[in-house]
Each structure stands twice: as C-alpha cells, then as structure tokens.
Design a protein around this ligand. Structure first.
Ligand SMILES: [Fe+2]
Length: 370
C-alpha cells in the first residue's frame, strides 16, 4: 500500500480513524501523528455517549483503549463487531494487560498495540487494518456480484426453460394434429378401397380393431402399434390397382384374374413406400398374404421371416373374411371361425398368434363386428 492509499481511498476520499481513549494526552499524540499522515481523525474520551458518537460517525478503523473508567474497551469492541462488521478494531493496552490483549484478539479485535504507542507501530497497524478492510469489502462486493450473476443466470435459465416448454407444447400439439390428419387420410383411403370392393364394407375398420387389440396383447411398443394400425387399415390399398370386375366377380377367378388379384399386396407396398415415414407400414402391407408355412405370396416368406405385424393382420383378415357374409355364402359364427383358424394354425397362420387370438378372446374384446 502506498502512502496515498493509506490516507485516502480509491476515489481520493480522506480515510478516517476513530480514536477512543480516556487519557487526553494519548488522544492528543495519536491525533497529531495521524493528522500529519493525512488521516481524518475523530476522537472520543469514552463514556456512555460513545456508542451514539460511533453510530453518527463515518470511519474506517477504530482504535480503542481497553481499560477505561465508564465503558470497558471489550464492550466497545462487541458493539463495533455487531454494528460495523467491516471496520477493523485495534485495541490499546498497558504493558500489564497482555492476557487481556489476547482475550480481545479472541473476541475479534484486528490487532492490539502496547502503550506507550510507537508511531511506526501504530501506522503499520493502521495500514494493515485498511488493507484488511479493503479486501474484506472487495470480497463482499465480489460475493454480492456473484450472487447477482447467479440469480441472473437462474432467471435466464427459467426464461429459456419456459420458452422451450412453450415450443415443445406447440410442437406436441402440431404433431398430434398431423398424426390425426394422417389417420383421417388413411381412413379416407380405406373407404375408397371399400367403395371399390363391395364385399369388404367395414372390413378395414374391423381389421384395425382386431389387429391393434392383438398387437397390444402381444406387447408391441407404441411405435409398432402405430405402424400396425395404419397397415391394418391400408392392407388392401393395392386393390386400387385391381380391376373392379375382378374385385366384384361372384364366381371363381380365372388363373389370370387370380394373378391380378394377388398383385394388390405389392401394389399397396409400392404406393406406401413413396410416402415418408411409411416404410414400416409398406413392409407390413406387402407381406399380409404371406403364409406361415411359406405357401403365401408375393415372396413366399416363411415363419419368422414374415414381419410380425403382417402375421397379426393375416389372423385378423382371415377371421373377418370368414365371419363376413358373401352373396354366395353366409358368414361363419365366431365359434366356427375359431375352429377353422385352429385348423390352419401353423400352415396359413402363425400358431402363437392364433393361440393369443383365441385364448384372450380378442375377437370379442375388440368389438370387431359391425
Ligand atoms: Fe388383402
């Protein structure tokens, strides 16, 4: 610390020392030394008025005698520690008061000086006290700034989180709207297919109910269930590319007509492959006429090589077809249809899925019939 720093603060304001001593001669000596060094000096002889004097003054270091007739120096020290936290207190003591000096240090005094006070000792103690005070205040300022910055950051994080939450909610809403729109389009497509094929009225919606119930019972994940739902609605989408004459023919199909009819699996798959995010649905649709024993079409896939959801759709498709009335035959009862499904389990259908379908009475729970 330079001489200048010692007597004035960073903005050049004179630094003040408050001296309390009942001996006028000591106060006079201290006053003279300190004034010469450029300090502002306030002095008091102690007594009961000293607390008010301290409260009404502005000072940076307090020098206080320990032994005074009216008020003990330790009382002043306690008062200063309580009211002027950043003001260092230097106690003055007689040679015989060493134990008392140790005691005041324990009580929080910054330093103590032996009487008679040497000028250099006093100035050194005051300089150290001022450095200590400046560091203390600087630390407090930094702590305050840190706290403020922390609060500022926390506020920013709160604001940002709120913004992100709002954006996430808006995106979620938009996603749900898009999802619902997609499903509505899929329904429209399903209705178009049904309008073309008079034998399949209501078939797509029943298929959806049966397939999703089966998928849930089989423990499919939400994304898998979504794909299954679309595929069950759109499994016959490829019939768009098959002549209505063939679709609505009452008698048996010729070999050529049967070939055309079988093409609907691949036509549907190709249409769906052209739609973003529909690859899974396309794959399931393309394999919905594959048989478990490998005798199906279009690829002759076998067992687990057939997508699981395609095997589910095959079960629901056969059940619904058997239970539906045709112009040339009456639909089977559920019990009759179940009996037939048991018969073809392991050949046309996946036996485990048939088992699940029957044991959990999926056909009843899904309220599949119109
Ligand atoms: Fe089909």
């Amino acid at each position: 610390m330079t001489q200048q720093d010692a007597v004035s603060d960073s903005v050049g304001v004179k630094r003040s020392i408050f001296i309390i001593d009942d001996e006028e001669s000591i106060r006079k000596v201290l006053f003279t030394h300190l004034s010469k060094e450029g300090f502002g000096v306030i002095q008091s002889s102690g007594g009961h008025g000293v607390f008010d004097a301290l409260k009404n003054s502005s000072f940076e270091v307090l020098i206080c005698d320990i032994k005074m007739p009216e008020i003990e120096g330790t009382e002043v020290l306690a008062f200063a520690k309580q009211n002027f936290e950043a003001v260092p207190v230097i106690m003055l003591t007689g040679l015989t008061d060493v134990a008392v000096a140790v005691d005041v240090m324990k009580r929080g005094a910054f330093d103590y000086l032996m009487k008679p006070v040497k000028k250099d000792d006093m100035l050194n103690a005051i300089r150290r006290a001022l450095i200590h005070r400046d560091l203390l205040l600087r630390n407090k300022q930094l702590e305050k700034e840190n706290r403020e910055y922390q609060l500022y950051l926390e506020e920013k994080v709160r604001e940002r989180t709120k913004e992100l939450d709002a954006k996430t909610a808006a995106l979620q809403d938009a996603y749900l709207i898009l999802k619902s729109m997609n499903m509505q389009f899929a329904n429209v497509l399903a209705e178009i297919i049904e309008a073309k094929d008079r034998y399949t009225r209501g078939h797509c919606n029943r298929m959806r109910a049966l397939s999703v119930a089966l998928g849930r019972a089989a423990g499919l994940l939400p994304a898998e269930l979504d794909a299954l739902e679309y595929a069950s609605l759109l499994h016959d989408l490829g019939k768009i590319g098959v002549s209505e004459v063939i679709l609505n023919k009452e008698g048996a199909l010729s070999e050529e007509e049967s070939k055309r009819m079988k093409e609907h699996s691949e036509i549907g798959e190709k249409i769906l492959l052209g739609i973003p995010m529909m690859e899974e649905v396309a794959m399931i649709t393309g394999a919905h006429h594959e048989n478990y024993d490998g005798s199906g079409y279009p690829r002759g896939l076998h067992g687990n090589a057939i997508p699981f959801s395609s095997r589910i759709i095959a079960v629901a498709d056969l059940y619904d077809a058997m239970c539906s009335d045709r112009p040339y035959r009456k639909g089977l009862t559920p019990d009759e249809a179940v009996k037939e499904m048991k018969r073809v389990a392991g050949a046309q259908l996946d036996p485990e899925i048939v088992d699940l379908f029957i044991k959990q009475r999926i056909y009843e729970r899904a309220s599949a019939r119109e």
